[in-house]
Design a protein around this ligand. Structure first.
Ligand code: PMP
Length: 305
């Protein structure tokens, strides 16, 4: 599924470093770390009905990522929230919006890899866009398993939500070339890790399984789905999942902020055949929708910059 340009986003305001700029003027320096080395961390947030979904969970993960990367002078959560609200208010965006929040290590005094060249503090970018859920959550998506392995902690810890996305982009290119929607990335041992941009779950004989969060992002939607399974009385387990266990699953779906819960209907040309006739995906999709209001932080509509 290829996203299309949305004309509503033609004249949006974007926060870059110190203020709001119209889309055409929103620029970052060629000396910025994100240009020089993908040296930045990020979060994707979704806005529902006047509020930000799981705001504090996303900001905590952003802070942890920045701390793990040894960023200096990290802006406070309060400052980021203020800038976020001001940006959403400037755009009057309160529903059906995806916001990409990026914190780079900042501008360098000269080009180079060394973080000691970063002497101006991090750069904050807040990019909100009108964006409906990216996948068709009724009909689902198809995937292939990719030859590109998802990083394990031995190489680049997936617990850091960083901007060095080449690992995932190479896998996505394989999916594109194969004519499917996304790539299923395996870990270093050949077990399933996640899709190139979302976490995965399978259902076998009524039990919900998801890979250990070792070589995948510890997704916020993933952990919510595990919570929902508990409250719905669905047994769940983190487990190493081989491709065979995936091909022979009854149901499979992926999770992420920009798509919620999306069925996966085919992996490597194998249809996911629901042998038991279970409806776990549908139950969890409905439970997720109902639960959204419990995790919304209202946007303070008075904040301006
Ligand atoms: N995996 C990857 C690689 C991702 O980039 C994302 C979204 N940023 C996810 C999973 C889903 O995470 P979340 O549920 O926190 O949006």
């Amino acid at each position: 599924m290829l996203q299309k340009f949305n004309e509503q986003n033609e004249n949006i305001y974007i926060y870059v470093k110190d203020g709001l700029y119209k889309r055409a003027e929103a620029k970052i320096s060629v000396f910025d770390s994100v240009v020089q080395g993908g040296d930045a961390v990020w979060e994707g947030l979704r806005i529902y009905d006047g509020g930000v979904f799981k705001l504090h969970e996303h900001l905590n993960r952003l802070m942890d990522s920045a701390h793990a990367m040894a960023f200096e002078n990290i802006p406070s959560k309060e400052k980021i929230i203020n800038c976020l609200y001001a940006t959403l208010n400037a755009n009057q965006m309160y529903d059906d919006v995806h916001t990409r929040l990026t914190l780079t290590r900042g501008e360098k005094i000269t080009s180079g890899m060394d973080p000691r060249l970063n002497q101006f503090g991090p750069s904050l970018i807040i990019l909100p866009e009108w964006k409906p859920l990216v996948y068709d959550n009724d009909n689902g998506i198809t995937v292939i398993s990719s030859a590109i392995r998802r990083n394990s902690p031995s190489f680049l810890d997936s617990k850091i939500h960083h901007n060095n996305l080449i690992n995932n982009i190479l896998a996505k290119i394989q999916a594109n070339k194969a004519g499917v929607d996304a790539a299923l990335m395996l870990d270093n041992y050949g077990f399933a890790a996640e899709l190139n941009g979302s976490n995965i779950f399978v259902i076998r004989d009524g039990i919900l399984f998801t890979p250990f969060a070792d070589a995948c992002l510890h997704g916020i939607t993933r952990s919510q789905v595990l919570d929902l399974a508990k409250s719905e009385g669905i047994s769940s387990q983190e487990k190493n999942l081989s491709l065979t266990e995936i091909y022979t699953a009854d149901e499979m779906f992926c999770t992420g902020t920009w798509g919620e819960l999306t069925p996966i209907t085919e992996v490597d040309g194998r249809k996911i055949l629901n042998k038991t006739g279970s409806h776990v995906t549908k139950r969890l999709q409905a439970a997720f929708k109902e639960d959204i209001t419990n995790h919304i932080t209202d946007i303070d509509k008075t904040v301006r910059i």
